[in-house]
Design a protein around this ligand. Structure first.
Ligand code: ATP
Length: 258
């Protein structure tokens, strides 16, 4: 047994996970989800979602493949072009990348909205305060005063001046039903999901097949670099992005290692 085999994700603090561990990112991600569950931020079901994501990431090579980088650049351009961009935050997103989502919102001028599949006032409040601890000033989603059509009551709740009114929405690790319902509302959807065959990336204008821990900081970097670009240049980046090719490239990497 190597030293690495003795490292468990069950450590008190993430600093205890050795950075040179071959599965460092996976252990870190698991640790953050477990802490999220402890803190009441992440639902237990979020652990299953994490396990599925982890398997796809292993097959992708745990790196941002070129087509995902193109998608992240197109997503940054799309968010910069938007009039009312909103970044949707669920329990896994809050546990994994709270500060990174705040940075992205800042770079593209978007609102942050807590949007939960298993919605309870306690979890919404816990996530909102977690985001504030990571630098968020305003967090939407507490009102839940509008409904996404064609979804059951709890899952349909959004803020009237948030996701309901948004033109472009980033929905990472989103459930397929809600991604489809948002698509039917005519939103431009950017989805981050490690499974290219999942319904959410299938309905997204910009599907990003990458781990959220790599995708969000990379989108922010692209957004900062593109911030001075004019509308035509941003539109060209969006138009040149081919969503079908990006999904095919990710599937081919996962199935064949190509
Ligand atoms: P469908 O969209 O068809 O309903 P599903 O039921 O598998 O698919 P959910 O469990 O609702 O989807 O959402 C979890 C999705 O998030 C999975 O596709 C999983 O691969 C993905 N996922 C989990 N962790 C990460 C991560 N860290 N980064 C990116 N994607 C992730």
């Amino acid at each position: 047994m190597s030293d690495y085999d003795t490292v468990s994700a069950d450590v008190e603090h993430e600093d205890e996970i050795p950075e040179d561990h071959p599965r460092y990112q996976d252990l870190l991600t698991r640790h953050r989800i477990e802490k999220g569950v402890d803190k009441g931020i992440t639902h237990l079901q979020g652990m299953h979602a994490e396990g599925r994501g982890s398997a796809f990431d292993y097959l992708l090579g745990e790196e941002t493949i070129p087509s995902a980088n193109d998608a992240e650049r197109a997503a940054a351009a799309e968010l910069l072009l938007a009039e009312r961009p909103v970044l949707s935050i669920n329990g896994n997103v809050a546990a994994l990348v709270p500060g990174e989502m705040v940075d992205l919102a800042d770079a593209v001028g978007a609102d942050l909205e807590v949007n939960l599949f298993n919605r309870t006032p306690e979890r919404i409040a816990a996530i909102a305060s977690h985001l504030r601890e990571h630098g968020a000033e305003e967090v939407k989603g507490l009102e839940g005063d509008a409904r996404i059509p064609n979804l059951d009551h709890q899952r349909a709740k959004v803020d009237a001046d948030g996701i309901y009114a948004a033109d472009v929405v980033l929905v990472p690790l989103e459930d397929g039903d809600r991604a489809e319902a948002l698509d039917e509302m005519g939103k431009t959807e950017i989805v981050i999901d490690l499974n290219p065959l999942s319904r959410s990336p299938q309905v997204a204008e910009v599907p990003i097949v990458d781990n959220i821990v790599r995708a969000v900081p990379n989108m922010t970097e692209h957004a900062r670099e593109l911030a001075g670009s004019n509308e035509d240049a941003l539109r060209t980046i969006v138009d040149e992005f081919d969503r079908t090719k990006a999904l095919e490239a990710a599937e081919s990497r996962i199935r064949n290692g190509l």
